[in-house]
Design a protein around this ligand. Structure first.
Ligand SMILES: Cc1cc2nc3c(=O)[nH]c(=O)nc-3n(C[C@H](O)[C@H](O)[C@H](O)COP(=O)(O)OP(=O)(O)OC[C@H]3O[C@@H](n4cnc5c(N)ncnc54)[C@H](O)[C@@H]3O)c2cc1C
Ligand SMILES: NC(=O)c1ccc[n+]([C@@H]2O[C@H](COP(=O)([O-])OP(=O)(O)OC[C@H]3O[C@@H](n4cnc5c(N)ncnc54)[C@H](O)[C@@H]3O)[C@@H](O)[C@H]2O)c1
Length: 537
């Protein structure tokens, strides 16, 4: 289970030396996950006196129960699958086996290694005072942590989120796993029921299946990953089915009970009632902000399902801002980091930045990966926008053919001027590649401009150049084509006239030379004549 922060000897923040015993900070950050760590370190670098409060482990969800552990399982699952699929590339291997304990040990080692940069020692070296304990606001400008009162000029709440536990009869009477416990499993489960077909459900269902568990995924909606491009969702569905995940879509879970030491789910769908059971039940049904016990009412901040923030990420208390999962959905580490930078800037500087969710990238690390940004074609049309969509299938890309990974596509949604409004990429490394669209959208670079970027050959990233070329071809209207044709005729006429002038001049030289006696002097003009004739050819 989670441990408390351990301070190296002598590095604990000094007791407040003010006569009233209260420490005063320019910036107080609650929560040391991706958002809180970013705000604290960048705040200290800006010259602020910073206090960072963490009630559990430094590093937050990314390090302990989110990205790092899940992607470690995903990486092992991918490697197994690559080995199994290698015969397509002419590589034969014998039986493949999985050592779950080694997979887990690698995950723990990685957590320790990557956690180094989130350590108390490193934070103190950056000038951040770290306070272990639970922060409770006791007034609009002060917080208490372990009986110590800290006053602040500005505060950033970055307390993250907790798993959303659905209200299903009987659920609280059975043992279930969430992201906070699934990576602590000692043994690979023989069978697992995953509830929820969002990013977490799809990634972990595929990973556990590849590691060797028999997996059933139950999703209430009729599709997986319901918020993005439907074709991408369909591809992930096919990929999971090919891996052997038993998919049950459009299903309501009526109740859960324990039978023979296993959770059994009574479900219903259009086809009637049925039961699903597994050695383990994993909940992947979404997240809710972590706000309980923060004493927000004492800080003059209203909250119900979440904290209300404006586009500057400021709460009703003008001194207090939010960043990360506590105020964003969908949740992501890069969203947490970006929002922390924005909240920090807005907390101290006169020039404000807004948080624009439409510029946020999303990636699901299944095989193939699905990455997207902005709007889909359907969403743009529903908003009444005049847009079109450019699509390139991976099977048309040389690199995808070479690697034998042709499942996937790029779709880019553009307005009539070629401005990019969104895009979806399904590809082996879609998460790495989507940044090109993010950069283009951020900098206002149009799709056609990507045509001039020298994407190396053969890479999958050249799919952007292909899309840009298709767009440029499409924008060649009959009018543009006619203008170009007229221009080319004019150009050829101008050229002809220049060449005729040159010829005339050469002839003049020849006739002039005819009247001269010396043969050598004739050579130059006749050379010129030949040259001119060549040019005309
Ligand atoms: C299984 C899984 C996989 C994921 N994979 C990815 C991925 O691949 N890519 C990606 O971008 N995102 C991924 N995410 C999402 C990502 O992990 C989160 O969006 C991100 O870590 C949130 O960072 P945060 O700083 O907002 O919150 P957190 O990391 O949750 O940090 C909040 C911190 O605040 C502390 N805290 C709470 N209340 C108090 C209090 N009162 N006083 C003091 N401290 C307090 C908590 O202990 C915690 O450490 C995944 C999530 C899950 C569940
Ligand atoms: N790669 C990544 O960036 C990554 C990976 C994992 C999680 N995350 C983030 O973490 C958060 C949590 O992920 P998540 O997948 O749990 O949430 P999610 O909201 O993305 O998906 C939850 C899914 O569960 C379904 N669901 C909800 N209640 C259900 C029920 N009772 N029965 C059946 N299905 C039900 C919903 O329809 C939804 O599709 C999200 O914000 C996500 O973006 C990100």
């Amino acid at each position: 289970m989670r441990e408390r922060i351990v301070y190296p000897d002598g590095l604990r923040p000094k007791e407040g030396n003010r006569s009233d015993g209260i420490d005063r900070y320019d910036l107080l950050v609650v929560g040391a996950g991706s958002a809180g760590l970013t705000a604290a370190v960048e705040g200290a670098r800006m010259g602020a006196r910073v206090a960072l409060i963490e009630s559990s482990l430094l590093g937050g969800e990314r390090l302990h129960s989110g990205c790092v552990p899940s992607k470690t399982f995903v990486a092992s699952g991918r490697r197994i699958q690559d080995v199994k699929d290698s015969s397509e590339l002419g590589v034969s291997v014998g039986d493949v086996s999985i050592d779950f304990h080694s997979v887990k040990k690698r995950m723990s080692d990685l957590r320790a290694l990557l956690g180094g940069k989130d350590s108390a020692l490193r934070l103190l070296s950056e000038g951040v005072d770290v306070f272990p304990g639970r922060a409770v606001f006791d007034s609009p400008r002060s917080v208490t942590v372990e009986d110590r009162k800290l006053e602040f000029t500005r505060a950033i709440i970055a307390t993250g989120s907790v798993p959303m536990i659905p209200s299903i009869p009987g659920l609280n009477e059975v043992d279930y796993l969430t992201d906070e416990t699934v990576f602590d499993l000692e043994e690979l489960p023989r069978s697992m029921v995953v509830l929820g077909g969002g990013a977490m459900g799809c990634e972990l269902a595929q990973a556990f299946r590849r590691l060797g568990s028999s997996v059933t995924l139950i999703q209430d909606r009729r599709c997986l990953l319901p918020y993005g491009e439907p074709e991408a969702s369909g591809m992930v569905r096919r990929a999971l089915e090919e891996d052997g995940v038993d998919l049950r879509l459009g299903v309501d879970v009526l109740s859960v009970a324990e039978e023979g030491g296993e959770p059994v789910l009574r479900c219903t769908s259009g086809d009637g009632e049925f039961q699903v059971r597994g050695e383990q039940l994993l909940l992947a049904t979404g997240r809710v902000p972590r706000l309980d016990g923060l004493g927000l009412e004492n800080a003059g901040i209203e909250w119900r399902d979440g904290i209300k923030v404006d586009r500057y990420l400021r709460t009703e208390n003008q001194r207090v801002f939010c960043a990360g999962d506590v105020c964003l959905t969908p949740c992501s580490t890069h969203g947490a980091i970006l929002s922390a930078k924005i909240a920090l800037k807005n907390a101290f500087l006169p020039v404000k930045r807004t948080y624009d969710p439409s510029g946020m990238t999303h990636c699901v690390y299944t095989t193939p990966e699905v990455a997207y940004i902005g709007v889909t074609l359907d969403q743009a049309l529903a908003e009444g926008k005049k847009v079109s969509e450019i699509k390139v299938n991976l099977e048309d890309m040389d690199r995808s053919r070479i690697d034998g990974a042709t499942e996937g596509f790029l779709k880019v949604v553009v307005n009539r001027r070629g401005r990019i409004l969104g895009g979806t990429l399904v590809a082996p490394r879609a998460g790495d590649m989507i940044s090109e669209l993010a950069l283009a959208m951020h900098e206002g670079i149009k799709l056609g401009d990507l045509s001039w970027v020298p994407h190396p050959y053969p890479t999958e990233a050249a799919v952007f150049r292909r899309a840009a070329d298709i767009w440029r071809g499409r924008t060649m209207t009959p009018l543009k084509r006619s203008i170009l044709q007229i221009w080319m005729v004019l150009l050829s006429k101008v050229k002809d006239r220049a060449q005729r002038e040159e010829l005339k001049e050469a002839k003049r030289q020849v006739s002039k030379a005819d009247q001269q006696p010396e043969l050598t002097e004739l050579e130059a003009p006749s050379d010129k004549l030949e040259e001119s004739n060549e040019k005309l050819d």
